[in-house]
Design a protein around this ligand. Structure first.
Ligand SMILES: Cc1cc2nc3c(=O)[nH]c(=O)nc-3n(C[C@H](O)[C@H](O)[C@H](O)COP(=O)(O)O)c2cc1C
Length: 270
């Protein structure tokens, strides 16, 4: 069996889960490649060569991030191809994985395994949700290893593993999705930069959507922010945040101590 996992990760959580999943498949001697949706890849060609595909993403207001929507848009119709979906979330997404599964089914995929993984919160500037505690890396690793092992078992045995597909999950997902969508559509340029910015350019290099640019040592915003929180968390002087009055309390620098954000940006197949 040949598996191709596509993933997008803003701050490293989804990337970490995808890597653990690949490790789990390798224990079955199954070939598994990871593909970052930040890099330019021929998704349809990769899908063509794979027996099963996986899709992973972080949940944003019970919705999928922009690169995942772009991924669905690119997909060609397939016949009898298996797929599984996983999403990472800080607490609850309702039907987070089911959204991805639904989009894949529309393209002809058979999706029988869905998983939600609770990971540390990466929203570090909003008062009501910025209670990001330093991660207990060992506990987190144990949890992710356990969950990915279960998902890989279900995929190998082609056993059904449902998550977020019940009517309750669907309704709770909708309840979160609608207000967040309204908020996001009103604020076309959510990210702010304050006077402490040193124009070091790190955020420009890290931004997956090329939303940020530097002109004459001034940081400029475009209009295609994914709101992934990567720049906010990795700014060395915490000059970036959402909205005027929000402030980063303790930046979230990734799921494990030896994590580097550069790893997420590299093409994971290499
Ligand atoms: C804009 C935004 C919206 C989010 N919305 C939710 C949400 O609705 N429910 C939830 O449990 N987590 C939510 N989160 C938390 C992330 O889904 C979670 O931290 C995720 O693991 C981040 O993954 P990443 O590191 O791969 O980007 C949100 C994060 C961001 C940045």
């Amino acid at each position: 069996m040949k598996i191709a996992i596509f993933q997008f990760s803003g701050t490293g959580n989804t990337w970490y889960v995808a890597k653990k999943l690949r490790d789990a498949f390798l224990t079955y001697d199954i070939s598994c490649e990871l593909y970052s949706l930040e890099t330019s890849i021929d998704v349809n060609h990769i899908i063509d060569q794979a027996d099963v595909i996986g899709l992973g993403y972080p949940i944003y207001g019970s919705n999928v991030p922009e690169p995942i929507r772009a991924f669905f848009h690119q997909l060609e119709q397939v016949e009898s191809k298996r797929a599984f979906v996983f999403c990472t979330q800080m607490m609850y997404s309702g039907d987070g994985a089911a959204i991805g599964a639904k989009a894949l089914r529309k393209k002809g995929f058979t999706v029988r395994q869905l998983m939600h993984v609770n990971m540390p919160n990466n929203i570090t500037d909003f008062r009501i949700v910025r209670w990001v505690k330093p991660t207990n890396a060992m506990r987190l690793t144990k949890r992710v290893t356990r969950k990915t092992k279960r998902l890989s078992e279900a995929v190998v045995q082609n056993r059904r593993k449902r998550k977020g597909e019940g009517i309750g999950s669907l309704l709770l997902g909708l309840l979160q999705r609608i207000p967040v969508k309204l908020f996001a559509s009103k604020a076309s340029n959510l990210i702010r930069v304050d006077a402490t910015c040193t124009a070091c350019g790190l955020c420009v290099r890290l931004c997956p959507s090329h939303h940020l640019t530097l002109h004459d040592k001034q940081l400029r915003m475009g209009n295609n922010c994914y709101l992934c929180y990567r720049c906010i968390n990795h700014c060395p002087v915490q000059a970036l945040h959402v909205a005027k009055r929000t402030r980063v309390k303790r930046p979230y620098l990734g799921p494990v101590h030896d994590f580097t954000i550069e790893a997420v940006r590299r093409n994971l197949t290499k």
